[in-house]
Design a protein around this ligand. Sequence first.
Ligand code: AMP
Ligand code: GLY
Length: 428
Amino acid sequence: MNVLLLGSGGREHALAWKLARSPGLTRLYAAPGNPGIAGHATLVRVDPADHAAVIAFARGHDIGLVVIGPEAPLVDGLADSLRAAGVPVFGPDKAAARLEGSKGFTKDLCARAGIPTAGYLRVRSRAEADAALAATFALPVVLKADGLAAGKGVTIAYSPAEAADALDALFDGPGFEATGEAVIEEFLDGEEASLFVLTDGTAIMPFGSAQDHKRVGEGDIGPNTGGMGAYSPARVLTPDLEARAIAEIVEPTLAAMREAGTPFSGVLYAGLMLTATGPKLIEYNARFGDPEAQVILPRFDGDLLPVMLATAEGRLGELAPARFVPDTALTIVVAAHGYPAAPRTGGRIDGIRDAEATGALVFQAGTRRDGQTLVASGGRVLAVTALAPSVAGAQAAANHAVDAIALPGGFHRRDIGWREVARERAGG
Ligand code: AMP
Ligand code: GLY
C-alpha cells in the first residue's frame, strides 16, 4: 500500500521511520517532509491547505492511507474532504478536531458529560474576563486563548497584574482571533502526564503514556516551548490511574462525540493533571504529541500501518491491544539559540551519524539542506531518543548521544526525565 504522510516535524519523522518498517508499505510519500523524513519517504509538494490538490495526489498515486501529522489541517477539515472523496485518512474530521481546536468546546463537553476537569468560564471580551476574574477566581488563575495558538495560548497568572498583562496579550493574539473567545480556568495542582489512545470513534486502543518538558530551561524554568524533551512511559500514570482516566475522561468524551453525530477517529492525546482526587483533563490534542511521538513510537512493538488503517476504517475493535517494550524511551530536543522567542536558524548540524552510532535514534524537526550541508531551519532542530531499562539509563544514553551532535549556538536540556530519575533513585 502507498501512504501519504503530511507534516514536517520531528513527530512526522518518527511516524515516517515507523511506517517505513511496515511490511505492508509499498511507497511512502511525505509533504512537505524534511531531510530526515527523506530517508524514509519520497518528498512531494502538495499543500495540505489545498484539499483538492491532496485528493488529486492521493488518486494519482494510488494512496491507500493519508496520515495527517499536525493539528492545523485537521482543524481546517482536510480529513472531511479526504473521507468525502473516499480516501482513507488517519485523523479526525473538523467537527471532532474541535476537541483540540476549541478549548471552550471541550470544557462545555466535559461539563455536560461530568468529566473531571478544572472549573472554567468562557469569555468573549476583555470586560467579561475582568468581571469573571473579580467575581469568581482565586489566584493563581489560568488564562487560555480558545483556538489553536501553537503552544503560546496559556498563561498561569499569580497576581492580578500578571492576569491583566496576559489578558492584554490574549485578546490581541492568534488563538483569540481564531474563535473570538478565551477561557478562564481554575488552577489544578499535581503532576502532569499525557495519555494516548487510538480510536475509530467506538473502540479504544491505549497507545502509551509520556511526560513532556515544556519549559525551555533545566529545572523547568523559563518560557513555555512546544516541548524540550519527553519520556515514555510516564510511570506516575499507574495502570490504575490510566484505567480511571480512560473510564472517567476518554470514554465519556468519545460517547459524547458519537451522540453529537461527530465521532472522533484518530489519536486522542489527553493532557492530564494527576490531582489528589484523581486524574483531571487539562486539554485534548487531536494528533500525536511532538516530541511525545519520538518516545511513544520507538516503544511500540507492532506494525503501525495496519493499526492506523484499522483506525481509519472503523475496524480497530478487531485488533489485539497494542504492545510496547518495557524499556523507557527518552528524547532530548536540540533547539536553536534563541528558541522559543527568536530562534537563530542557519547553523550547521554535524554528528548525526555519530549520535546514531551510540544506538540512539535521531529525529529531524527543523532542518533543511543547504547544498551538501544540513542546517537548522527552525526552533526545535532535532530530537535524540534513547531506550534503556531504567529512566536514569535512558537519560544517560540520550545525553551521551546528544554530545556527539554539533550545532553551533544550539542548546538542549540535560535533565529530561528528572522527576522520574529522582523517584528511581529514591527507590520508588
Ligand atoms: P495547554 O496548552 O492547555 O496544554 O496548557 C499548557 C500548560 O499549561 C499545561 O501543560 C499545563 O502545564 C498548564 N496548564 C493548563 N491548564 C492548567 C490548569 N487548569 N491548571 C494548572 N496548569 C494548567
Ligand atoms: N508536546 C506537546 C504537544 O505536542 O502538544
